[in-house]
Ligand binder design. Structure first.
Ligand SMILES: Nc1ncnc2c1ncn2[C@@H]1O[C@H](COP(=O)(O)OP(=O)(O)O)[C@@H](O)[C@H]1O
Ligand SMILES: [Mg+2]
Length: 225
């Protein structure tokens, strides 16, 4: 069976302008990712991991080279088209707490569906129960731990059944046990068919969860596993 290609990149370059200078961050990167795959990208701080993930997530459109996502070229899409694609097909998880503190955990998750025009309290409840997190539903983000918040943020990212999940150091602020839980949840999302791409500092955790590990080093991407 032909594998479903989610991302296809070749010769990707990215430079930032700083003062009068050009800083090269990505230098001719090629990369592919498929449905059901768990891919980790490791590399030291400042090597360009977030830059790369932002391009994959259609948050940054100033790059060179060829980038296709879901067989479409973001370079030829309008901002509205990209926003719609982000909302419906891409789930994001960031390192730092991003839940809205004035809403409950449940509302934070259901809001994602409302924004996509597909509200269903029942579907949100089912999501909480399939990840055994019913107990957290009615809690305010202020009342729950960092690890729990990250797991709720993941449910929110999963709420619209995205085909692609992008996680930027999702376990960066968590202890080992909570990191394992979050990665276990991501792995489950992956087994349900999503393509998961995470960026991490932690190579040993990446090794136990990933199908593939790539290292971003000196502006290039290398395969480690
Ligand atoms: N908006 C920006 N303008 C200029 N330089 C930037 C900008 N964002 C990131 N950089 C630089 O690009 C490099 C890569 O940053 P980043 O992608 O955040 O790395 P990582 O996520 O691996 O820590 C760093 O040297 C950083 O200082
Ligand atoms: Mg980063």
């Amino acid at each position: 069976m032909k594998k479903d290609k989610i991302i296809e990149i070749s010769g990707l370059t990215k430079t930032y302008q700083q003062g009068g200078e050009q800083i090269l961050v990505l230098d001719g990167i090629s990369f592919e990712a498929f449905r059901g795959e768990f891919v980790s990208i490791v590399g030291p701080s400042g090597c360009g991991k977030s830059t790369f993930l932002n391009i994959l997530g259609l948050l940054d459109s100033s790059y060179g080279g060829s980038f296709k996502i879901f067989s479409m070229e973001p370079a030829s899409m309008s901002e509205e088209e990209k926003a719609a694609l982000r909302l419906k097909k891409i789930g994001f998880i960031f390192q730092f707490d991003s839940l809205l503190p004035e809403f409950t955990a449940f509302e934070n998750v259901e809001l994602a569906a409302m924004m996509a025009g597909r509200p269903s309290k029942r579907a949100s409840m089912e999501l909480f129960s399939s990840f055994s997190m019913e107990k957290l539903m009615n809690k305010n983000p202020r009342e729950i731990s960092g690890g729990e918040k990250q797991r709720i943020a993941l449910l929110r990212a999963l709420r619209n059944s995205p085909s692609l999940i992008l996680a930027d150091e999702p376990t960066g602020n968590l202890d080992h046990n909570n990191a394992l839980k979050v990665l276990g949840d991501l792995k489950k999302a992956c087994s349900l068919g999503a393509c998961v791409i995470t960026v991490t500092h932690n190579l040993s955790l990446a090794e136990s969860f990933s199908d593939r590990i790539l290292e971003l080093r000196e502006e290039k991407l290398f395969t480690l596993k």
